[in-house]
Design a protein around this ligand. Structure first.
Ligand SMILES: *[C@@H]1O[C@H](CO)[C@@H](O)[C@H](O)[C@H]1NC(C)=O
Ligand SMILES: *[C@@H]1O[C@H](CO)[C@@H](O)[C@H](O)[C@H]1NC(C)=O
Ligand SMILES: *[C@@H]1O[C@H](CO)[C@@H](O)[C@H](O)[C@H]1NC(C)=O
Ligand SMILES: *[C@@H]1O[C@H](CO)[C@@H](O)[C@H](O)[C@H]1NC(C)=O
Ligand SMILES: *[C@@H]1O[C@H](CO)[C@@H](O)[C@H](O)[C@H]1NC(C)=O
Length: 254
């Protein structure tokens, strides 16, 4: 669990790679504009937990954290006439299938999940220049995911799927020590007869300039993004600081 010194080196590389790509963007902003947002959540989910939440057939979930989406806070469905068009992201499809799969419906040419993410979140994110097309929105999300490299970072700090439980505070502290920012971690509450929550999502926050920032709520940031991508009757919520299960395999309890 203890981060080795090597991580700071890796983090250093990450920062260099990251910041060299950044430009300063200026945006006209009105407090009253209905489509104003302040930060983006890059949402990773743990496919095993997603499968556990669903009644669908979901046979062999990937054993790595995949992308759920890149979500601006406060807003959704900002432009209903800007339709998802998979041809626009055809160059990205191999990476999309690997890193942004529809965990619940594994048919390779299903694009419904990406359409949903575009319609609901992408059309809002697209108000800023670095994300203002489908190719940029999906492409930059894949870039951010690869630069964060959550899967490697978790392994390096010794957090891997296990039948023994983790303290949530230890997971949060490890993430904060590696990335220098506080992410938002979501869990599936304990089911009846269970005592531990199950980790489900790890969200990192970014500024409009696509720089990492803390996810902590500031000023009027208290609006909680409803999650309409329906995984079933169960819902994720912010993890409590209690014992946490990070499952390697899907186990159904009924
Ligand atoms: C909505 O998207 C359409 C199609 O891309 C575009 O022509 C229009 O300007 C957009 N509307 C707004 C308010 O951004
Ligand atoms: C989808 O995008 C492709 C490539 O940009 C374009 O040629 C095609 O006309 C678009 N289809 C629709 C229905 O807009
Ligand atoms: C799925 O993709 C394959 C090729 O990858 C294609 O032959 C097939 O027609 C596609 N199916 C649908 C329903 O689009
Ligand atoms: C956290 O604790 C609260 C209060 O006991 C509970 O309502 C909530 O479901 C718990 N969340 C998780 C993810 O276990
Ligand atoms: C995040 O918060 C911590 C302490 O709460 C602070 O030390 C750090 O500088 C913040 N990072 C950023 C990028 O704002």
């Amino acid at each position: 669990m203890k981060p080795a010194t090597g991580h700071y080196l890796i983090l250093g590389c990450f920062c260099l790679a990251f910041c060299s790509g950044c430009t300063s963007y200026k945006f006209l902003e009105s407090e009253h504009h209905p489509h104003t947002w302040k930060k983006l959540f890059l949402v990773h989910h743990w496919p095993v937990t997603v499968c556990k939440m669903s009644e669908n057939d979901c046979k062999d979930p990937p054993q790595y954290w995949t992308i759920h989406g890149l979500w601006p806070d406060k807003v959704d469905e900002c432009n209903r006439t800007w339709h998802f068009n998979v041809t626009e992201i055809k160059d990205l499809l191999p990476d999309m299938r690997q890193y942004w799969p529809d965990v619940l419906h594994s048919s390779p040419n299903r694009t419904q999940f990406w359409k949903h993410e575009w319609d609901k979140h992408g059309t809002c994110a697209a108000t800023v220049e670095p994300l203002n097309s489908q190719k940029k929105y999906f492409g930059r999300t894949l870039d951010l995911y690869q630069k964060l490299d959550l899967n490697s970072c978790l392994l390096k700090v010794g957090i891997k799927p296990s039948s023994t439980y983790y303290q949530m505070t230890a997971i949060k502290e490890a993430l904060t020590s590696v990335y220098g920012v506080t992410p938002k971690v979501q869990c599936l509450p304990p089911e009846e007869g269970e005592e531990v929550q199950t980790i489900g999502q790890i969200e990192f926050c970014f500024t409009k300039e696509l720089e990492l920032r803390n996810c902590t709520n500031s000023e009027a940031d208290s609006y909680v993004m409803p999650n309409n991508w329906n995984f079933g009757p169960e819902e994720l919520s912010v993890c409590n600081d209690t014992l946490t299960y990070y499952p390697a395999q899907v186990q159904f309890y009924n």
